[in-house]
Each structure stands twice: as structure tokens, then as C-alpha cells.
Design a binder for this molecule. Sequence first.
Ligand SMILES: [Fe+2]
Length: 319
Amino acid sequence: MKLNTEQVAFFKANGYLMVPAAMDVQLCAEAQDLMWDALPASARLVRSDKATHVGPFSQADESFDSEHIRAGFRWQLRTVGTSQTLLNLVYSDAICAMAQQLLGDSPLTRPVLNGGTMGRFGPAWPGGPTDPAQGNEGARGIYFTLPYGDKAREPDACHTDGHPFQLGIVGLLSDVPKDGGAFKVWPKSHQRLYPTFQMQYDQPRVPYYDHLPSHKGIIHSQAYLEEVAKLEQDTQAVECYGSMGDIVFWHHRTAHMAGHNYTDIIRQAVLADFWTTDLDSSRLVPPQPNMWADWSTEIQANDGTYSAKFAQSQGLGTP
Ligand SMILES: [Fe+2]
């Protein structure tokens, strides 16, 4: 499976690309089963009883284990990130071919069957987030978002990920309607944010110390913070909703957020990162005048133009 010129153009210009039906639906169904099978038998959340699907998780069902989080409206299973099912689903020949087409000559780093998974070393610091790159040899895992029920509506807030990689994917394991918690992206943000970092594909971090608790984690430049604030004002986010098996590719520096789920259906997705074997050297290089210099000659040569019809199919220009 190859991306056509218009798809490559759209990704280059907007920092994301939805590709319908890129994942095998049978494998999507198997991944759903992995998620539900991981739930304790005693849980109040019951697959066959939709009335129990509305969040937040009851206290009895909560888990703060970094490898299997169930808290609030988030349900994240990471222990399956290197299972045969997820490797077949995410690192299929079709998806890897498209990723390689964008990323160029340096080969993709391959996942390791039953290898290390995200979260096995716990959060990045006490009470902090989990680093998706630490000890992870496969997909990030399966991420569900429970329906918000009567939770008050919240404004959108975007961020970028600090850990090193080049290309992300979010794949839908079931149909996700509009307002159903799909991944949200800020079009063209990758072009605006890439120059605000000190390193192309990585970010400096302050170590955590118990006795110096005020500063910890990734550091953002002032230019980055100002640009993110502007993006939230001047750019309409696009919600990457769709059907079981659809995926969205997104550039490392694309501003995004996990969507809010205002429907009564659980948002079911798989998340993974792609990077090439030369990332260890390219990640520390400062932003380049040509932000695509490490990417494929095909994307570098592409002029980034696409039709209005295609833009509409990607959620741009629709009310
Ligand atoms: Fe993120």
C-alpha cells in the first residue's frame, strides 16, 4: 500500500493524514478482546452492559499501574504493546510501507515480539506521565476513553509529545463518531512548532528530585509556549473520527490532544510511534532550515498542494 501524491502533500502541509481502512478489522476486534480480557472479572464495568460504560471509573475499578491505567475516563493497557496481535495490527506491511514512504531511506526500527512495553518502569517521576519511549519495543498500547456522561464540557488544549520519535499513528479499533473522543490535531502546527525546539526530535528534561520538587520533566522554550497559545486561538482543531480500521498519521511536532468523549460509546484506539534507526543521531540536531531534510526524497520533492475536495475528506474546511 502506497500513499498517493495528494496524501503525501496533505501530510507535508498539515502534519497529519487520515488513511481509511488501513488496519485489518479482524485484528481490531482481537485487540478489543485483549482490552476487555485484561479487566478484572469483578469489575463494575461490563462489556455487554452499555449502561456501565459511562465514566468515570468507579473507585473499585480504578488502577494506577503505569502498565494498565484505569482512572477517570482513561483506560490504557500497555502490557499488550508487543503482543502478536498488536504487532500484526500496527506494524503490518501496509502501514510500515506508508511510514517508510514518508520517513525515507533509513529503515524503520522494528518492534520486538513480546519485548519491553511502555510503563514497565513506572511514571517518568512520582505522579507524572509515563514516557512512551522508555523501555518500549512496540506500540504504546490500547487506549480507551469512557463516555463523559454528565461531566461538564471542557475547552480544547493542545500539546506536543516530548519523547523522541518521528511519526505517530492512532488507529481506530471501533467506529468513533464525531464528538466521540477521537484524536484531535491542529493543522499546520508542525511547521510552526518545529523551529521553537532546541532539538529536532527530542526535548531537554529536568530530572526529578524529592527535595527540589518545583521543576521536573520536559522544558518548553518561550517561543513554543507563545506559539501554542496562538495556535489555540487561530487554528480550528480537526477531530480524526471515523470507522474501525482507520488510522491517522501525525508528525512528531503536530499539536494534538486526546479528544473529549461526549457520546455514549467508548472511544477505542491503538497508539504507536514510528522512528528510523538513525534517530539516535538525528534527534539531537537543532531544527533545520528544511524540516524535511531527514525525511524521504519523495516528501521533500512534493509541493504540498492538494484539492479542496481532498481537504474536506480530511476534516478541513467543513463546518
Ligand atoms: Fe500527546
